[in-house]
Design a protein around this ligand. Structure first.
Ligand SMILES: C[S@@+](CC[C@H](N)C(=O)[O-])C[C@H]1O[C@@H](n2cnc3c(N)ncnc32)[C@H](O)[C@@H]1O
Length: 432
């Protein structure tokens, strides 16, 4: 449990220009804080050794939400503190405070609020995160949407990886860039966290072992613990599991979801897979039941097929051929959120037949609850913009074996990309 005391978080060594702001935030002294925030960047100063920001300080000093015996008394104390804290947090956000800076405990202000059970403050962090990410999407999203294969390959030839994250990855702070050279933000976070780029992933060697598929840097591409999520996704995409449906799945991975789709006896089952080693596994592994025999045993020519290639290249061809589906699932690896957004904005409305359902693996920001909650809201707004309706089904995730980095299911996997005991399963339909 992190040490939340004032002397630990704002040590005596803290430069006066920073500690002054942090202390006013800690004490919820809005009157003294406000004038200091009129200088750009001051709402995001960081204690150089602990990474404490004014947001962390304002939230942390509230302590844990109490539910003591003397309810009337404790409620009153909490209400007074929380109202003052809320006013400070609001002022900080208005003055440009960054919602997802991490401190030396690898906690964002939202993580601190969640740990202390400070729900209102937590919700303020989620709201600020959503607004920041929507704005970032407006400023930069179009570049991401238009970034095509060539852009990506160009970056790759130059050996420099774009700041790209997987849909199974956490989105980091675009805002971090803004104040990078500010000496009052000299703190370096404990885990910078590498990101996987699509082009590098598609060139990597892959290993199928018991219960997981990893790349040559031990990034978990797909893991068997996700089976219950795949099961619930199939049940949601094909309510009642009727036979004869037309299905499109993007990303074969371990074939977990495709095996479930296949068991429903679809009339069409198309899979798109880009990685050469996954395709080789499909062809050569005795355990894999999606090879040539499966393709040739479909109810019609081309009804069961693995389309080799990136979905960005294959999907336009399927559209030209007039394919329509009752169920579409999207679960790739190494791609940024812009790609998922492009898929549901530009292609889902054209590929989904009336009454059809679209779903995707919702792992955005899943290594941190506050990021997951922010991205769930961001995706919802973007889906609505794209003319799609969304419902969320909350699932319990059995965390047995998933609780600790490098242990249990995560043994041999570089990064614990899932940390949450709840999964938000998206069920998406065309707006009526
Ligand atoms: C997380 S796995 C899918 C797991 C799958 N849902 C299952 O149940 O086993 C992601 C898959 O997407 C594939 N992939 C990544 N980028 C792709 C792209 N642009 N087009 C098609 N497939 C892609 C990867 O090679 C990998 O096989």
């Amino acid at each position: 449990m992190p040490d939340d005391t004032h002397e630990t978080r704002i040590p005596a060594s803290c430069p006066a220009s920073i500690s002054e702001i942090l202390n006013h935030a800690w004490n919820h002294n809005l009157a003294s804080l406000k004038p200091l925030l009129s200088v750009p960047g001051r709402a995001s100063v960081q204690e150089p050794t602990t990474g404490e920001t004014p947001l962390h300080a304002a939230i942390r000093s509230c302590g844990p939400q109490t539910q003591g015996n003397d309810e009337a008394n404790s409620k009153q104390t909490v209400t007074v503190d929380i109202k003052a804290a809320q006013a400070v947090v609001q002022e900080l956000f208005l003055s440009g405070a960054i919602w997802n800076d991490v401190d030396s405990n690898n906690e964002t202000p939202g993580c601190v609020a969640a740990r202390l059970g400070q729900e209102e403050l937590y919700n303020m962090c989620v709201g600020a995160g959503m607004r920041a990410e929507l704005l970032f999407g407006l400023l930069d999203g179009y570049e991401a949407l238009e970034s095509d294969v060539e852009d990506e390959e160009e970056e790759d030839e130059n050996g420099s990886a774009a700041a790209e994250e997987s849909t199974e990855d956490q989105k980091d702070a675009p805002e971090d860039i803004i104040l990078e050279s500010d000496p009052d933000r000299a703190f370096s976070p404990p885990q910078a966290g590498d990101t996987v780029t699509s082009a590098a992933y598609l060139r990597a060697n892959l290993t199928y072992t018991d219960g997981k598929l990893v790349d040559d840097e031990q990034n978990g591409v797909m893991m068997a613990w996700e089976t219950s999520i795949m099961r619930a996704s199939v049940d949601a995409l094909l309510p009642g599991l009727p036979a004869g449906k037309r299905i499109l799945n993007i990303g074969f991975g371990m074939g977990i979801i495709d095996t479930m789709f296949r068991d429903t006896q679809p009339s069409r089952h198309h899979i798109i897979e880009a990685h050469p080693e996954v395709l080789k596994h499909v062809e050569t592994s005795a355990d894999c039941k999606f090879g040539k025999d499966w393709e040739s045993n479909g109810p019609a020519e081309g009804a069961y097929k693995i389309h080799a290639g990136k979905w960005q290249e294959v999907v336009p061809k399927l559209l030209e051929e007039g394919e329509l589906y009752d169920a579409i699932y999207f679960d790739t690896f190494g791609e940024d959120y812009g790609q998922l957004r492009m898929f549901f904005t530009e292609y889902v409305p054209a590929l989904l037949d009336e009454g059809g359902i679209f779903g995707f693996f919702n792992g955005l920001g899943a290594d941190r609850k506050v990021c997951y909650d922010v991205y769930t809201k961001v995706v919802e707004m973007h889906l609505t913009d794209a003319g799609l309706d969304i419902e969320w089904n909350e699932l319990d995730v059995d965390m047995e074996g998933l609780g600790e980095e490098g242990k249990g299911e995560w043994q041999g996997v570089k990064r614990r990309y899932w940390t949450l005991d709840k999964y938000q399963l998206p069920i998406i339909t065309l707006m009526g």
